[in-house]
Every structure is written in C-alpha cells, then in structure tokens.
Ligand binder design. Structure first.
Ligand SMILES: C[S@@+](CC[C@H](N)C(=O)[O-])C[C@H]1O[C@@H](n2cnc3c(N)ncnc32)[C@H](O)[C@@H]1O
Length: 313
C-alpha cells in the first residue's frame, strides 16, 4: 500500500500532464478542424479543470492531502509549455487512440471489455465511440475517480469506477476477478502507469492476466517511458529528476535495460511495439505536426521520443 505522501505524488503525475493534454488537443483540433470527437474531449477536459470546480467543490469535498494537490493543480496548469513536450503529448494521445482503435476494429464492441489501470483524469471513455463497449473498468485512487465523476454531467453508463490502491494487489486482483468477463476480448490499458508500479506488483498483475484471461482474448495497450540500453544517460536523468523533484520512483527504468527486457515482462508472445519516434516517422502528417509545434531541433526530439514506447497486442 502507498502512504498519503506517495499517493499525492502519484496523483500529481496526472495533474502535471493535464495542461499539456489540453494544449495538445487544441493543436490537434487546429490541424484537423472537422474532428468533432477531439472537440468533445477538449470540452470535457475544460469542465474538469474549470476554476469554480477545482477551487470550491474540490476543497470542500476532499481532505488536506487533496488541498495540497489542488494548489499544485493551478500552478501546474500555468506552467509554460515547450514545443517538445507538446509534440510528445500529441503523439501520446494519437498513438494510444490509434492502437485502441485498431484493437477495437477487429471485434464487435459488445465483445470488448476495457480495463484502464491508473485511469486518472483520462476522459476518453466518455466519448460516444465507446458507448457500445461491453464494459469499461477504470481503476485509480478514490480521490482521482471522485474528482472525475463529479466533473461529468452524465457519466457514460458502461464505465465503472473502482477506487483502489494498485499496490494492494490482493484486493485489486479480487476486484478484477469479480469484474472481468474473460469470455470477452479484454484490453488492459496502462497509459503512464506501469512505470510507477514496483516490479513485484506489476509482475503479479501480468501473471494474473495471463492465468485468468485466455491468451486469444488478452490484449495489452501500454504507453510508458523506457530505458533503451545498459548505460542510458537520458533514462538515468529522467529517473533522477523524478526522484529528486517529484519524489517518484520509476522502477522499470532501472530494472529493464532494453526494449526486449521490457517486453518480456508481459509474459505473452504476441506483443508488438513501436517507440514514439518510429510512430511519428510512420505518420503521413509528421511534417504538419512538427510545424504545428514549431519543432526545429530534431536530434533532441528523436532522443526524447525514442524513450517512450507504445506496446500492444
Ligand atoms: C501519469 S497518470 C496517467 C493517467 C491516465 N492514464 C492518463 O494517461 O491520462 C498516472 C495515474 O496512475 C495512478 N496511479 C499510480 N499508482 C497508483 C496506485 N498504486 N494505485 C492506483 N492508482 C495509481 C495515479 O493516481 C494517476 O492517476
């Protein structure tokens, strides 16, 4: 189990990326003006961060620990964006959505269940495109899920929120067992979550999913920072910075020193993957995206994006 201080820091990881997510959605929409779904999503995020919401309702609803988060909520949202962070977040949004789509396009939506571990402020499952999915289970800390539910005028009926500390594996696995329908195609979504779980904890989840869900029905969609070589200076700096400034341990960065080692931990053979640099290069709109974000330093971008992986099955 995490303590209160650790929980606040873990939840903060979500708030830190919120501003960037909003800026990135605005940019995507400016490029693809007819994308109504991203417009709808942006409007959900705006409600989520609306000032009347976070300052009055949040403070009255939650305890001291969240008041601390709430203060940082506003300061984090005013942080100046850099082009490289914005394009990174744009690619995070697009890559997760693309790969989710490509898994969903293979099956009837009624035959799909999505389990989002560490779902935080992710609001995508409120969109109409997910309305026929058999069920979506979102797991995060209680405060994070309450905050989200309270911001939704009409939460989607097929989304169930389960508040839990994922480090309490026994309780979580019992809840997963009670809620997963292993006759369905089960997509385990972990967007920027796996890196924060201790290795013994994540291993328990991988073993449970492998044992509980028939391999043909088990699908992963994971977006995570990675270490790409034995002595990886970029990953060492990322690890040290998060530890020093955010009191966070990115366990997997120290444990898995190559993409192969990282992928092996899933324990199933059908995992495919791309780093985000490859993902960007494969996109026909690469130049438009780079122009949109005013990227002029490609060497730095390649190093950053090569340290993020999208893995799927
Ligand atoms: C970086 S955020 C990502 C949120 C969301 N997946 C997204 O991409 O928008 C990580 C999330 O994982 C949650 N998390 C981390 N460790 C957790 C734990 N032990 N139990 C429950 N949730 C956890 C945090 O509260 C946070 O919401």
């Amino acid at each position: 189990m995490v303590n209160t201080f650790e929980q606040a820091n873990l939840q903060n990881t979500d708030l830190i990326s919120l501003k960037s997510r909003i800026v990135s959605l605005e940019k995507i929409i400016s490029l693809y003006e007819d994308n109504q779904e991203y417009k709808d999503l942006l409007s959900l995020y705006r409600t989520y961060i609306s000032p009347s919401y976070d300052s009055v309702r949040l403070i009255s609803a939650f305890d001291k620990k969240l008041k601390r988060i709430n203060r940082s909520f506003n300061s984090k949202l005013s942080v100046q964006e850099s082009p490289i962070i914005t394009i990174g977040t744009i690619l995070r949004i697009l890559s997760v959505d693309d790969h989710l789509d490509s898994i969903m396009n293979q099956y009837n939506h009624e035959d799909i269940q999505i389990i989002s571990l560490g779902s935080g402020s992710d609001l995508r499952f409120q969109l109409d495109r997910y309305k026929n999915i058999y069920s979506i289970i979102e797991i995060d800390f209680k405060d994070a899920l309450l905050l989200k539910q309270e911001s939704l005028p009409e939460p989607a009926k097929n989304v169930k929120f389960i508040d839990m500390d994922l480090n309490d594996t026994q309780t979580c696995i019992d809840a997963l067992r009670a809620n997963i329908n292993s006759d369905k195609h089960v997509i385990i979504l972990m967007e920027c979550l796996l890196c924060y779980l201790p290795i013994t904890v994540s291993s328990e989840y991988f073993s449970f999913f492998k044992d509980y869900i028939p391999v043909n029905n088990l699908h992963y969609l994971v977006y995570d920072p990675i270490t790409i070589s034995e002595s990886d200076p970029f990953s060492n700096v990322m690890f040290d910075n998060l530890k020093k400034h955010n009191f966070l341990n990115l366990f997997a960065l120290k444990e898995f020193k190559s993409i192969n080692e990282y992928i092996d931990r899933f324990g199933i053979h059908k995992i495919q993957y791309k780093n985000l640099w490859q993902y960007l290069k494969d996109r026909p709109d690469m130049n438009d995206l780079c122009k949109l974000c005013q990227i002029d330093e490609f060497e730095e971008l390649e190093i950053l994006l090569s340290h993020y992986l999208i893995a799927y099955s």
